[in-house]
Design a protein around this ligand. Sequence first.
Ligand SMILES: *Cc1c(COP(=O)(O)O)cnc(C)c1O
Length: 460
Amino acid sequence: MSSSSMIPVANTGAPYSETTRFQVYTHRHLDKIKPLQKLTPEQRFEMEVVSNVLPFRVNDYVINELIDWNNIPDDPVFQLTFPQRGMLDPKDFDRMAELLKSGADRKQVNALAKEIQAGLNPHPAGQQEMNVPMLNGRPLEGMQHKYRETVLFFPSQGQVCHSYCTFCFRWAQFVGDKDLRFASNEADLLHAYLAEHKEVSDLLLTGGDPMVMKTRHLVNYLEPLLKPELEHVQTIRIGTKSLTFWPQRFVTDDDADELLALFEKLVKGGKHLAFMAHFNHWQEMETPIVREAIRRIRATGAIIRCQAPLVQHINDDPKVWERMWRTQVKLGMVPYYMFVERDTGAKRYFEVPLAKTYEIYRQAIQHVSGLARTARGPSMSAGPGKVEIQGITEFNGEKAFILRFIQGRNADWVQRPFFAKYDPEATWFDDLVPAFGQEKFFFSDEYEAMSQERGADVIY
Ligand SMILES: *Cc1c(COP(=O)(O)O)cnc(C)c1O
């Protein structure tokens, strides 16, 4: 992060970054990460224990240019990427620690890791069972079609990230269990499905991180969307953390210029290209190379929208969100969503009560101008849909959360307000019950019926 660490990059003369070669570290390479040697052997062993259960992957750019190693362990990017003891239940932690100390082999360690992972709700909100679309009677494995106008696509070459976030709700697909993975290498099937579904206006490319893919793969998936039979697909969204973890992708990588040319071609061809950037903290947006990457992407006509969950230890502070949203607007980006962290993985370490999350949102949004108030939330991606906490109210002496659907499994639910009993400890949608003497939420029966149809899976 210090300016002395920046060296000029030949083709532009601008001081970008000392890191140009992508060097990655996983749980097998913890001892190769130089700054970690500052920590005690005990702290390093704790990391080893946790990283045998939860995914860990970090690269030199994150280590050398994003983390302030004089602020360990509190540094937000350190918390974002490095395993911490509190991420595991103490009992699970002790079991794994003892097993490792006993000199157990890989097989035994993996077996215990699997057992612990299974107890961490690896597939929240029915992701796997309920949203798989069909083509000619066959399920399309690398896709989800949950909301009428938007299809999610998980390209098979994009199922990793340049680094892993410690709180990631997709953690299960990174720990090697093939059953838990969405994957597809079928660009043709994607285009065939879209051609049959004229109600789909948005394609959302996600992962992992689609930006780990070589440009030629992205061309395969995206360029055919310019064909007349896919004109109804107006918006292409790319969900990515690459601006944080590897902005070199857009500046100095071998195929960076071809990537930007693809973006430009899609925009010129009439598509709305929305680059959905995941930023958790303003500290991710301070290096010269990320600023150059943002500038180059925007120059193609793509729009950068920003989203992130609110999590303890990283951004549970209105000041952090305020500065993050201001920075985004200053750099020409659009704040889009604040998410509630999902009920999976290391949630015990990251979860924040809904009441507190809402209060952080409210305080942050009060202190920014209208251009940053485009951030919606806090939003929970739950089974029935995306539910936003709109406020906390009191009526006839009863306190309640005011909620609404931003997205609903039935589009007719969208935008209808409903109420849940105020509960200062609730951290997720499933903890909520109806307020004001009602037995059920207005959508409960219908959602229940939809959940029974598992296997059929087709809603549209
Ligand atoms: C959030 C989300 C979308 C997109 O919703 P928008 O409100 O259009 O941003 C689509 N599919 C799934 C499964 C989602 O969670």
